[in-house]
Design a protein around this ligand. Structure first.
Ligand SMILES: O=C(O)C(=O)C[C@@H](O)[C@H](O)CO
Ligand SMILES: [Mg+2]
Length: 382
């Protein structure tokens, strides 16, 4: 079998699908995208396709190593997102050729169902109580929300109190019948992470995500020393080589690589294994589309330390399209009592509605995150 063509489709809300065709008619789908940089990743995919066309798609490991190593420069969000989507599509092809879901090719199920969580509130954490009430009716009991709005490198006790008051209100309304992660989203600098974590401690969130920016990872062990709140990070780390320093330094209790940013299934399966060796939980980041989610699930269902899966149904970013709008087998993604079952069809288990993808790709959005600014006009982390 040989790879014959790679076609990319940028679609709402901010996703990109990749179709890899072969000379035997088997097609694989991937989701190479970096939110806000879809065109850049698209260019990277097509540069890589110069090598890939004509290659044997079954040799995923060799193709992965060539894409990672043979261009001299390596790693980072753009290239690793391009590799991720290609890798996903290659696993989709392999499963379809062998008539098996990807999780079978990775050794089979370690669990019967996977716990998922839902975002509540938006960029600015408002209406959280309303959202939690609505989602609880749908069977969810685990959520994630932004912890703050704009926050200065050093900021006021009032800002800390505002952030804590929102969390106190949630506990007041729901007690410990629900669990939630608080995403600091990179908005909290090291000087403010310490007081915020201390003030949030009494409310026992399930985790705090990106307590500081990934480029400040040296603070993870220090912050972990001062708080009992499990710290989570990973959406802005892009390979084993980024994660290894975090495992060595300690401090992170949950790693959250993104299956569409960190080299795909091949790489994230290895990251999950590294995490298990360090007694670290695995909870893939996935605010994206159905192929990204299916790729996460393929690794979740074979990883003992997989604990939680993010999914984007109803997420505030999904303006213009919802998680399953481009999927034919929607029912396979049913969530019951906060759990999702394995996708049992061959490959990734996603049946893409190609006509709908092509139609939607005719006028694709150029999604960008907002540029936030502090009161003094300086740029604020979004
Ligand atoms: O889902 C999360 O945990 C996020 O932090 C969302 C963020 O990754 C946006 O997708 C960036 O555009
Ligand atoms: Mg996050």
């Amino acid at each position: 079998m040989r790879i014959t063509k790679l076609t990319t489709y940028r679609v709402p809300p901010r996703w990109m699908f990749l179709k890899i065709e072969t000379d035997e008619g088997v097609v694989g789908w991937g989701e190479p995208v970096l939110e806000g940089r879809a065109r850049t990743v698209e260019a990277a995919v097509h540069e890589l396709s110069e090598y890939l066309v004509g290659q044997d798609p079954s040799r995923i490991n060799d193709l992965w190593q060539v894409m990672y190593r043979a261009g001299f420069y390596r790693g980072g969000p753009i290239l690793m997102s391009a590799i991720a989507g290609i890798d996903q599509a290659l696993w989709d092809i392999k499963g379809k050729v062998l008539g098996a879901p990807v999780y079978e090719l990775l050794g089979g199920l370690v669990r019967d169902k996977m716990k998922v969580y839902s975002w509540v509130g938006g960029d600015r954490p408002a209406d959280i109580i309303r959202d939690i009430k609505r989602l609880r009716e749908g069977g969810f009991d685990t959520f994630k929300m932004n912890g703050t709005e704009e926050l200065g490198i050093v900021d006021s006790a009032r800002k800390v109190d505002e952030a804590v008051a929102r969390i106190a209100e949630i506990r007041e309304a729901f007690g410990h019948d629900i669990e939630f992660g608080i995403d600091f989203h990179g908005r909290v600098a090291a000087p403010m992470a310490k007081p915020l974590l201390k003030a949030l401690e009494p409310y026992r969130p399930l985790f705090v995500e990106e307590p500081v920016l990934a480029e400040q990872a040296e603070y993870y062990p220090r912050l972990a020393e001062q708080t009992a709140i499990p710290l989570a990070a990973g959406e802005r780390m892009f390979s084993r080589f980024d994660f290894k320093r975090v495992f060595q330094a300690g401090g992170i209790a949950i790693v959250q690589p993104d299956l569409s940013h960190a080299g795909g299934i091949t790489e994230c399966f290895k990251i999950a294994g590294m995490a298990e060796a360090h007694d670290v939980a695995f909870a893939p980041h996935c605010p994206l589309g159905p192929v990204a989610l299916a790729s996460c699930l393929a690794v979740d269902f074979v990883s003992h330390n997989a604990v939680l899966q993010e999914q984007s149904m109803g997420i505030h970013y999904n303006q213009g399209a919802e998680l399953l709008d481009f999927v034919k087998n929607k029912d396979d993604f049913r969530i019951e009592d906060g759990f999702i079952n394995p996708l049992r069809k061959p490959g990734l288990g996603v049946e893409i509605d190609e006509e709908r993808v092509i139609e939607a790709s005719k006028n694709p959005p150029d999604w960008r995150n907002p540029v936030w600014r502090h009161a003094d006009g300086s740029v604020a982390e979004w």
